[in-house]
Structures are given as C-alpha cells and as structure tokens.
Design a protein around this ligand. Structure first.
Ligand code: AGP
Length: 612
C-alpha cells in the first residue's frame, strides 16, 4: 500500500529518492517523507503528495549519498505530518520507513511505554523503530542484531528500511508480506517496493523473500540473512521491462495508455504459448503438473475486485471446456469462513499486483491444508507469485492506473489458455474446436484495435451521462462478469454509484430502480441467451430506462431497441468478455474525465491493497 525507495552509493541520494517516489506514488499517496544522512540524520515529511514533499524540502539541506523515502497510504493513524514516514527512534539515532502492518504493535507499545519510551505518532511503524532501539540499547548490540531480534517479536507484514546516524555506510532492509526489491548497481545499491524506481539505474535486481534481512554496505557485496540468522545467497534477476513502459507515452493518463495497450498486452499474454500446428498450449505450470489438473475434483479461484471478475469468467471457461467444477471466492471471505479444502483441490489465485493481502493469506490457508496453488500475477517476483507452487504471468507490463484494465483482459486471456490446455490434456476438446477457439483468440488483439476506434463514439455517449447519479449494468452468461467489471470501473473512477447484475435477476428487485433517469448498460452480443437479453431490454424500455448496449457488429435488432450502442466484432461467446470490457473501460474513463476526477489515482483507493 505504501511506496518505499532507498539509496546508498557515490551519487547524491535526494534526486534518486524523489524521482523514485514519483514512480511509486500510485501505491499510496496521502503523505510522504525522506531521510538523508550526511553530518546529521535529517528527516523531512509532510501530509500530501510527493509534490508537496518537494515543496516542503526546497530550502532544506538535502546533501548526502545515503537516504530513504516513503509515500504512504494510511493504515494506522490518519494521514498527517506526524504519522508520515520516516519515523525516528527516541534518541533520533535511527530512522525507519515501513510498508505493511505490525499486528501486535499495541502489545509491543505497552512494553516500551513501561520502559520509558514515548511516542509522537499513532502508527505501528513508530513502535517498530522504538523496539529496535530498545533492543539495541538493552543488549548493547549492533543495529542489524537489534533489527533481527525485533523482527522475531513483530507479528504482521513489513517491508522496512533503516538508517543509523552512526553508520553512514550501511542501509538495512527487511521484508515479510510486503514487497521489497534491491537494485544492484555498479557501486551502489537501490531499494524499492517494485522495480520501477530502479530500472533506469540498473536491470540487476534481487527480490527479498519473507523474513529476510539485507545489509547494503558501501563497497561490499550484498549480504542477506533471515531473521533466524540463516545466511542466504541472493538470486540476481535481470529486469525485462524498460523505462518507456513507465512513461505515459503521450497519453493524458496511465489508465488511457493502458486501455490502448491492450492489443499488445493480450498478444503478449499469449505469446509463445499457442502451438496451433500441434494443437498444443504451452503453459509450464500446467505441463509440469498435468496429472493434478486431469485428476482435479474442483478448482477454487481466489481473488479480489477486478481479478475476481476475471475468476468469474474462468468459471464459465473451465466448466465449459475442461469439465471441472469451479468455485470463485472472494479471498477475504474464503480466508475466514473455515472453508473445506481437499488435497486434490486446485487453487487458482488471480492478482495483478501479486501483493493483495487477502489473496496472499487465502493462499497460505489453502496451502496449509495441502491444496495446490496456481498463481496468475502480473508482477514478477511478487509475493503471491512466489507463494504459489507454480503459475503463469500475464505479461501485461506495469499497470500504473489504479483502475485495472489491461491486467483484466490479460488475465482472461491466460485463463482461456489454461482452460484450453487442461481441456486438451483431458481430451474434452477436439482438434477442430481447439483450432476454432485459438484462431479467434489470436485475432482478438486486432479486434480490440477495432473496438478502440469507437473511442470517439463512446466519448459522445459519455458526455450525455456524465452527471447520471446511478448506472445499472446487465449481462448474462459470460457477460455477467463483464457487467460487474463495467460497473466497478465506473464507480471506482467517476464515483457514480453503479451496479452490475445478471440480466434476468433485474426482475427480482433492481427493476424498481428503472426510470428515465437510470442509464442501463446491457452487454447484448448475439450468442448464448441473446433472445432473453432482448426481453430484458424490453422490460427496461417499458419503464423508460435509457439503454446503452454493447452489440455484435451488424446487429440491427438490439440497435433499434437501444438509445445508444457500441459494436464489437463477432466472436465465440467465451471470448466476448475480453472484447466487451474494452468499451466499458472507455465509457468509465470519459465519464470520469468529464467529472474532473483523478482517473489514475482515484480518491480513497490504492493500486495494491496490501492490508486487510
Ligand atoms: C480494480 O480496478 C481495482 N483497483 C481493485 O478491485 C483490484 O482489482 C483489486 O484490489 C485486486 O487487486 P490485485 O489484482 O492486484 O490482487
């Protein structure tokens, strides 16, 4: 939920730190702070965005070649200057930044208060740095030893960086449950919550694992030990993404750029995985464990938000193609409802960030009961990707806009490949059907390009409904999850209340909402229960509801019933979700822009919900 950056080396730290914070601001942006060590350990922090921090430090002493910085999304203690990170220890000889939650902070705080410690903030983070100092003083030990001992007492999630004013040559970092990446430069080290602040300096990175502590010492090799003092050999990865992926590339917002990237990202999510000539889908995660999938009694999909909607599409795909029963669960519900989990269950965890706390916890629960975990993530090296037994990356590139767009369509594409691969292994799909589906899947990127050409038409429709107070989204079958996703996109960036519903269910209550003020978006493509959807449209019209329909190109029937329509190319029903979602992303985007909303950083939201 927060963004962390650290630097130690020959260069001035401040420019690297502040630029890194800007790259991470999507992770949380209600307060920001920086610590730089030169003759003194200086901490500057303020409520607000990174730009507010830049203004705040304009006339400050920012010289120093070791430092760390933090952009916050509040979990404990409201967003204000005092609760912003970094936090000093009592003697001000140590400073710490933290992403995560120390769950037993109250107990630890009680002990520290008894030992004469006082606190200036309401944060769990300040408790951690005070605990480290308390242990250091009490045991007369090194900062590293104190950190190690403290992390054996702390319960919860953390990605932390610590600087000691007495040691200008060392940064100490540690993680558990929150991400932390180390960049290995020529003669410098970089630290960040993900690789985006690092990539312009080095492509060599190490992903810290849970309960690992890193010692980044000037002029020395990286040292990694666990909190139990086991020495680890750091595994250096080469970053594949490039800096341009991080820029907006001329688009006004990251969200618009990411909507327009979808032809490429859908292609990339399938790249190298389709071997049509031999009727084969190569997903290593499936191939290496095909017996598990062939014998699977049940698939449980764990996810949150948009990823949960992708899971709903997968339910239809796996049951239709691979003939395996599927249950789609909200991770947050699954982890607390004492679910029945069997050893031959397959868990598919879907997460763009790979850091969603509820999904991570749900995986650990299922793993502890012997289930097999397959991760579908977009971030290499993310916690969920590494907690799973195996999985497939969506290769959609960094998704900076808080509202997920390209990650969703990439997830659905990979899930389609998975369902096909398993169906192949089980002999549920003949070569002819396999080829039909794959031919259409390979044509999807071009079809998305076609749909994007309707952006102007969609922008005109958005103008008319910019000030609607409510929206209803209706779909059936594969298009029911599309209705949910369209509604989520609208509400999370335009703040208009919107509800997705199975079209037939509208009669069981929501139809009472329909009047001339209610825009109703209907995904009414010409497959599946097309005729039934037409009846639903009639029911809405009879109550003066305004119809905005997503129709199959050339469909006249629904077009004539609609007040506004958006056409998409004809594809098999199972592939409609990828196509039909794109116009709904654009509709939400344009309405939000018309309303003056911050589409990349909507209020109250953060890109990665790494707390419960
Ligand atoms: C999507 O637009 C939302 N920002 C949110 O629902 C998101 O999908 C959810 O938090 C899950 O995130 P994840 O895919 O990174 O696990």
């Amino acid at each position: 939920m927060c963004g962390i950056v650290g630097y130690i080396g020959p260069r001035e730290a401040y420019p690297i730190l502040i630029k890194g914070l800007h790259r991470l601001e999507y992770r949380g942006y209600d307060s920001a702070g920086i610590a730089i060590l030169n003759d003194k350990l200086r901490v500057y922090k303020t409520k607000g965005k990174v730009s507010d921090l830049e203004n705040f430090v304009k006339d400050k002493d920012l010289h120093g070649t070791i430092g760390m910085a933090h952009t916050r999304w509040a979990t404990h203690g409201e967003p204000n200057d005092v609760n912003a990170h970094p936090h000093f220890s009592q003697s001000e000889s140590l400073a710490l930044i933290h992403n995560g939650i120390i769950e037993n902070y109250a107990v630890l705080k009680g002990e520290l208060l008894k030992n004469g410690y006082t606190f200036s903030s309401n944060t769990d983070t300040e408790v951690l740095i005070q605990l480290i100092e308390y242990i250091k003083v009490k045991n007369n030990c090194s900062v590293f030893d104190a950190v190690q001992l403290a992390l054996n007492q702390a319960v919860g999630a953390y990605a932390i960086v610590i600087i000691s004013k007495d040691d200008p040559n060392t940064l100490i970092a540690a993680r558990k449950g929150s991400p932390l990446v180390i960049g290995i430069g020529e003669d410098d080290f970089f630290l960040a919550s993900d690789a985006t602040p690092i990539i312009e300096y080095t492509k060599n990175v190490v992903y810290l694992d849970d309960e690992e502590i890193a010692i980044l010492k000037r002029g020395e090799e990286l040292v990694v030990k666990t909190i139990k003092n086991v020495v680890k050999t750091p595994m250096i990865h080469k970053l594949e993404m490039n800096l341009s992926e991080l820029e907006k590339e001329g688009y006004e917002h990251f969200m618009l750029k990411e909507i327009y990237e979808q032809p490429k990202t859908i292609f990339d999510s399938c790249r190298g995985r389709i071997h049509k000539e031999i009727h084969h889908i190569s997903l290593a995660g499936i191939i290496d464990h095909k017996d598990k999938f062939i014998n699977a009694r049940r698939i449980i999909i764990l996810a949150c938000g948009t990823s949960w909607h992708a899971g709903l599409v997968a339910e239809y795909l796996f049951e239709e193609l691979a003939k395996i029963p599927v249950e789609v669960e909200y991770s947050s519900e699954f982890r607390y409802r004492k679910p029945l989990i069997f050893k031959d269950d397959i868990i598919i965890a879907i997460s763009q960030s790979g850091e969603t706390a509820d999904t991570l916890a749900a995986i650990e629960l299922a793993k502890s009961q012997g289930a097999f975990i397959y991760g579908i993530c977009n971030v290499v090296g993310s916690s969920i990707a590494r907690a799973a037994h195996t999985g497939s990356f969506t290769h959609a590139g960094p998704e900076i806009g808080v509202a997920s767009t390209k990650a969703f369509t990439a997830q659905v594409a990979v899930l389609t490949l998975m369902a096909l691969a398993i169906a192949q292994e089980k002999g549920c799909v003949d070569n002819e059907l396999f080829k039909e589906i794959v031919d259409e899947l390979e044509a999807i990127p071009q079809m998305v390009t076609e749909v994007l050409k309707q952006d102007k038409n969609i922008k005109e429709i958005a103008k008319i409904f910019t000030y609607a107070r409510n929206f209803l989204y209706l779909g059936r079958g594969y298009n029911f999850p599309v209705a949910l996703e369209g509604a989520l996109k609208l509400k999370e960036i335009s703040y208009i209340h919107a509800e997705g519903y199975p079209a037939a269910e509208m009669k069981h209550g929501p139809i009472a909402l329909i009047d001339a003020e209610m825009p109703v978006v209907v995904i009414a493509t010409n497959q599946g229960t097309y005729e039934k959807v037409i009846s639903n449209i009639q029911e809405v019209k009879a109550r003066k509801g305004k119809i905005i329909s997503i129709i199959t190109k050339g469909d006249v029937t629904v077009k004539e019933l609609s007040d506004f329509y958006i056409e998409i190319p004809e594809v098999k029903e199972m592939l409609v979700p990828i196509l039909a979602t794109v116009p709904l992303q654009l509709l939400a985007y344009h309405i939000a822009i018309n309303r003056g909303c911050n589409v990349d950083q909507p209020r109250n939201l953060a890109k990665s919900v790494t707390v419960e």
